[in-house]
Write a protein that binds this ligand. Structure first.
Ligand code: ZN
Length: 394
């Protein structure tokens, strides 16, 4: 196919020649169009790379089911874990179905790559992993789904979980997760021994949920950085949320950022509504990879979310008090290039030889697209239209 008259993020207008699912050439739009019957004229629409969701929970969502009110008795992580158990026990539709509803919805909004955390504990065993593996299989060739074996109930306080995390990796999880080593498990070293032990032995990356704030949270970040260096996992470790970085003074945040950058630990933020947001620009200035994700979407944790990563970039920008175009552009990079690098997506971007994966919207610039979240006119995967006007058609 030849995509004609596309506006690129750098402001240039191009015709894009696609062959074999890849970008074969980027031609100036002033070049006359060849006589072909496979020309898709996008009439000056803004052509973006596919969106990347660096943190989603495909097994938790209740999308497509009748509304289920939030049942958490309090506002602590532990209260939400308990509430989720009740919702899960009452569930009649399998996670593979609700998770597939979510995948179709996010593809329609332009997301083609994602990292999904999947609950593993001593009650669930590997059940949710098997459900998400079904989703991955179902959408193979359309979306990349990286799986994190996530100890939602803790590791030490849920005996047997460490062995289950290891088994999950053996069965197809790509990374091993963690959860508030101190706040949930009350044992920093014990928790990190388990997580990094599996990562080292199995040769996989790490992505740890860290909600613990203040100096205690900072101490855990520093310990994670130390473990990352000790296990040679630089560039393959991420911390999701890291609210602590937003709850200490700028000097301490900057010192911690320096350590994280040197260790090769990335930070994921979803632009939290109820917790301090890490200082994203400061982290970036210190060389930390920062990337974005949806986190909870219509599940026992949050009634909100829809998986639209342009909207997520807007929310990150809103929470971070971004106003200038370069800041909106930075929020956009968190849900595109930066997240793609953390997930290790190959042949990503708008360049000759890259995958012919695109999102086309009506906007004059990336900043405008983040601010206005226009309907996705087209989502293209390997040169094939997979969503049109916000509707999944693959
Ligand atoms: Zn999460």
């Amino acid at each position: 196919m030849l995509i004609a008259n596309a506006l690129l993020a750098d402001g240039t207008k191009r015709h894009i020649d696609v062959a074999g699912g890849r970008i074969a050439a980027l031609l100036p739009a002033s070049a006359s169009l060849p006589a072909r019957d496979d020309i898709l004229d996008v009439a000056g629409g803004l052509l973006l790379p596919p969106l990347v969701d660096g943190h989603i929970h495909l097994d938790k969502t209740l999308l497509g089911l009748p509304w289920i009110p939030n049942q958490a008795a309090g506002n602590r992580v532990a209260d939400r874990i308990e509430a989720e158990r009740k919702v899960r026990a009452a569930r009649t539709v399998p996670e593979a179905e609700t998770g597939s509803n979510l995948v179709r919805q996010v593809v329609a909004s332009g997301t083609l790559h994602m990292r999904s955390h999947v609950d593993i504990d001593n009650q669930l065993g590997l059940r949710n992993l098997h459900e998400v593996l079904k989703i991955r299989e179902r959408f193979q060739g359309l979306v990349t789904i990286e799986i994190v074996a996530f100890p939602q109930s803790g590791i030490l306080r849920s005996p047997g979980t460490a062995e289950l995390l290891d088994a999950a990796v053996a069965e197809g999880a790509d990374l091993v997760g963690g959860l508030d080593p101190v706040g949930i498990d009350g044992d920093l070293d014990g928790h990190l021994d388990a997580v990094f032990g599996i990562a080292e032995q199995r040769g996989v990356g790490v992505d740890i949920h860290l909600h613990d704030g203040g100096d205690g949270g900072i101490a855990q970040l520093l310990a994670i950085a130390e473990r990352t260096i000790a296990t040679g996992l630089a560039g393959r470790v991420a911390v999701s949320h890291a609210f602590a970085l937003g709850s200490v003074d700028a000097e301490k945040a900057a010192r911690t950022a320096g350590v994280l950058a040197k260790a090769g630990v990335a930070i994921m933020s979803h632009g939290p509504g109820g917790a301090p947001i890490p200082p994203l620009a400061l982290l970036h200035q210190h060389g930390v990879k920062v990337f974005g994700g949806s986190d909870n979407i219509r599940d026992a944790w949050s009634p909100f979310g829809n998986g639209d990563m342009l909207e997520r970039a807007m929310m990150i920008g809103y929470r971070a008090n971004f106003r200038h175009d370069h800041e909106l552009q930075f929020a956009f990079e968190m849900v595109t290039d930066a997240a793609a690098r953390v997930l290790g997506i190959e042949a990503y971007g708008i360049a000759v030889g890259a995958a012919a994966d695109f999102v086309i919207v009506d906007a004059g610039s990336v900043a405008e697209a983040v601010a206005t979240r226009p309907r996705r006119k087209l989502v293209i995967k390997s040169g094939r239209v997979v969503a049109k006007d916000g509707v999944f058609v693959a």
